[in-house]
Ligand binder design. Sequence first.
Ligand SMILES: Cc1ncc(COP(=O)(O)O)c(C=O)c1O
Length: 442
Amino acid sequence: MANSSNVTPNDLNAFWMPFTANRQFKKAPRMFVGASDMHYTTSDGRQVLDGTSGLWCVNAGHCRPKITEAIQKQAAELDYAPAFQMGHPKAFDLANKLVALTPDGLDHVLYTNSGSESVETALKVALAYHRVKGDGSRFRLIGRERGYHGVNFGGISVGGIVPNRKMFGTLLTGVDHLPHTHDLSKNAFTKGEPEHGANLADELERIVGLHDASTIAAVIVEPVAGSTGVLIPPKGYLQRLRNICDKHGILLIFDEVITGFGRLGTPFAADYFGVIPDIMITAKGLTNGVVPMGAVFVKSEIHDAFMTGPEEMIEFFHGYTYSGNPIAAAAALGTLETYKDEGLLTRGAELGPYWEQALHSLKDAPYVIDVRNIGLVGAIELEPIKGAPTKRAFAAFVKAFEQGLLIRTTGDIIALSPPLIVEKSQIDEIVDGIRKILQQID
Ligand SMILES: Cc1ncc(COP(=O)(O)O)c(C=O)c1O
């Protein structure tokens, strides 16, 4: 079954892989050469159950026909159209379909090519918005500890992951951070939103007290922090952030790169929590991860504030060569159709109780110090090996792959986010697989 594209390459040296232990990987490579629905096929012909939707992005499952066909057709019809001062119909069609899906008020969209670019775009819109309104003293951006907002300079500045920040010098100035909300001493083994910690949103008041609201442009948070191990917001926390932002004229930005497109059993986390941000960042599930694309949604009042001045002038000096790229737009349209046909944006709500019960059955498995879940996301936190953090979880990841299950680990946390087409029997398979693996590792 080998052909030129799926033969395992024998020299792995040239590709410097992202967020990867390159030397370890290249000694024992883990290669995928095919995928369909819930499974990957490895280069040695094994099936691997996808417990993570690739990297939290393949929400509709793999190689879905409507998406594949849309890409193939588009590539033959219109491959590329200039993104600046020119358009093509699918970019507008997609924008209309997207804003019909987003929470009320988020009625305009800027396209990007990734989550990281969506973050930079959102931060720039926030800063420029205050400036066009004559409020240019608002230059500060507030992020959160353990936040992940991609890898570009703005994103790592507001992000709160030490290794992602410490090598890169000064970063953006004028950035402050809220505390994270993860507290196992009070909230371990919570099902859904934890009881304790809404008061941590009040730290924003302290930051406002320190810098004065007139200097703060925006607060950016992930509604559920994914990359640092599925940190679920305490009950009432996001509403409290919203209220404080409103009180002080600060924009609230939700980074929904992971939570967008059905992950919590609602189209967006903003729907799940009933808290609507001023700017919403998406990527990943927008095209089912198939073609790189991101989208940033803004409230009309933000968009409209830019639509002044001479009509022949560019209103916002920002954009990418591939913003709204025809093939990406076609992939996104095929993805939205698939989500709609199969009810995937709300399937997480139907499966949520089963998922919750299955995951929490791991409470008594070896090394488990917490299990948490929301929608179709879950985390199993392991006790770290003394003096060797991450080692235990990484061993679990490698064993899982060998035994036909793709999980994701971050620190000593196993994070799970299967495609939204997952069946109950496959949830059992994921949970049984993890139990078995935890019994096999040190
Ligand atoms: C919340 C969040 N923001 C931004 C990003 C960055 O997205 P990308 O890797 O597409 O640049 C990610 C990626 O995991 C993410 O989880």
